[in-house]
Structures are given as C-alpha cells and as structure tokens.
Design a protein. Structure first.
Length: 320
C-alpha cells in the first residue's frame, strides 16, 4: 500500500509540474535552448516541457503563411541537414546535431516546436546484449543504448550515413532477417525464421536506430511487419487503432483523476486502483511514442501530432 501511495504522489507532483510549465504567453529569451532557434513571430503559446536537452512548445493563433515563414527562418538558421518537409511538418538537423521537428495544425491554428540536443554517444561494447549475436556487427561502434530488456533492445548507432545504413540492412537480410520484410530508403523491417523481429531506421545526422525483439515480446508496434507507405492518403488500421486507444485511455485517466481529486485522497480504493493506472499509463505512453520511430505517411504524421496536441490540451485543461 505504501508503495502505491508513493507512486501516486510522484505522478501527481510530476503532473503538477507539467501543468505549471504551461503558459499562454512566454518570454523567448527565458526558454532553455532558445538560442538554437530563430525567435518566433509571436509570444502567444504554451511551453509544455523544457530542459537543457529538449524543448517542446506550441505557438497559438498561427496561420499557414506564418508556419512557412518560420520554416524558412529555421533553414536560414542552419536546419538543413537531412531535412524532410511536407505541407504540415518540417524535420531537420543543424550541423551541430540539434534535431528540430515542426508541425502545423490547421484545425487548431497551432505550431508545435520540438527541439532535441545532440545525442551523447559512447563507444559500445558490441555485443552489449545476447540478442546482438543474431545481427552482424555495424561498421561503427559509437552510439547510445536507448533501452534494453531481457528480450529486446533499442540502440542508436552513430557515424553511419545513408549508404552505410543500406549496407547494414543488406547485411541483416543476409544474416537471416528477410522474412515478411518491408523496406524503404529510410527503414528496414523484417523477422527471421525463428520469429525474432528487427526494425532499422535511418534517423538522420548519420544515425541509425536498431531495435530487436524476441518472438515472446513482439515489436514496439504491430506495424513492424506491415508494409509501410509514404502515400499521404493512406492510414494503417493498426496505427489508427493505437492512436485512438491512447486518446481513449487518457480520457479515462482524466476521469479517474477527477474522481481521485474529488475524494480528497481519502478513498483508499482509488489509491489501490491507481497502481493499475500507473502500469497502464507507462505502457500506453511508451507504445504511443514508439510510433514516432516508424516510417509514417503524411496523413499518419498529421494524425499522430493531432492526437498528441489534443491529449496535451486535455491534460492541461484538467490541470494534470
């Protein structure tokens, strides 16, 4: 019981912190990492999270011309490395390795700005995991282990350009990962005869992500063995289902937290039930965020960010 209570209090404190960070206007020079971006054309917006490593904020009351203008300013600021641009989004790195993501929501008239500092890499001791034995060694041993569990891992390998990515994908296919495969210029998904599943992605800035999981755990999403398309009119049913389930859970979570708040924290049954919410919340957020590593179509990117925006608004309005 004590452990459940501690988890509840930690999450409540974290939620309060995130709500406190949100604001309707901001002072640009007071924002961490702001020196790495051009000054926005407005001070109306919300800062959802900021640190020395990352920034996520939104500008309010934005029209399409202002979005295009800010994209051009970001390019002039140096964000031209591995740039990918569509009608609603812009992703790019600068020469120092800062990763920028812009998304414009026409329906909400908002511009989402996400900036991550350069990835800190170390010399990897390959094989660092038992599952690595199933894969060929990459040409570079410099990288970062994002996470690892007994039956799966995700690692980022640095100093691999697009040609090196293609060569490594071919080597993995020759090593047996050629069952139910799908591939493109920026990704390779496959499994081997034993059912181990591999997901490779060229992330940009000469960085390749390698995710491998055993048959028992599956992959980060069911899309790993689904043919991916960049057709802007296509949205996969499993992707749509995952997005909708995530938003439905957030609605349920907000409803639960409202009941908890109304009880004044005195209802022990709610505290006990919250243990299940802690577990499910972590799993849902993890599953949602892993879709970002998939090769999404334009319409999927738009839907992903719309869900992300709506969920953020719901949590902020509920002061969670």
């Amino acid at each position: 019981m004590k452990r459940c209570f501690v988890m509840v209090m930690c999450l409540l404190l974290m939620a309060g912190f995130l709500a406190g960070c949100a604001k309707e206007t901001f002072v640009w020079n007071d924002i961490l990492l702001s020196e790495n971006l051009p000054t926005p054309f407005t001070d109306e917006g919300s800062v959802h999270s900021e640190s020395g490593d990352s920034l996520w904020m939104e500008l309010h009351g934005v029209d399409s011309s202002e979005f295009k203008q800010y994209v051009d300013q970001c390019k002039e600021y140096g964000y031209t490395v591995d740039a990918v641009q569509s009608g609603l989004s812009f992703d790019a790195y600068n020469q120092d390795g800062y990763k920028l993501k812009l998304y414009f929501s026409e329906s909400l008239k908002e511009l989402s700005i996400s900036l991550d500092s350069p990835m800190e890499t170390v010399a990897l001791d390959w094989p660092f995991h038992d599952l690595c034995q199933l894969l060929p060694e990459p040409a570079s041993k410099q990288g970062m282990i994002k996470w690892e569990y007994e039956n799966k891992f995700l690692v980022y390998i640095a100093n691999l350009n697009k040609d090196a990515f293609t060569a490594y994908a071919d080597a993995c296919a020759n090593a047996g990962f050629d069952v139910d495969y799908s591939k493109g210029d920026m990704y390779y998904r496959a499994q081997n005869e034993e059912g181990y599943r591999l997901s490779l992605s060229y992330e940009g800035f000469n960085t390749v992500s390698v995710e491998l999981s055993s048959p028992a755990t599956g992959t980060s999403s069911t899309a790993a063995t689904t043919t991916t398309t960049n057709n802007s009119t296509d949205m996969r049913s499993d992707f749509k289902k995952a997005m909708d389930e995530y938003e439905e859970f957030i609605d349920e979570y907000i409803n639960f937290m409202n009941r908890y708040t109304a009880s004044g924290g005195a209802d022990l049954s709610l505290i006990t039930a919250y243990a299940d919410y802690v577990t499910e919340y972590a799993e849902m957020v993890d599953a949602f965020e892993k879709w970002e590593n998939e090769d999404l179509s334009d319409i999927e990117v738009a839907y992903y960010l719309d869900v992300q925006t709506r969920v953020s608004k719901k949590l902020l309005e509920a002061a969670l």
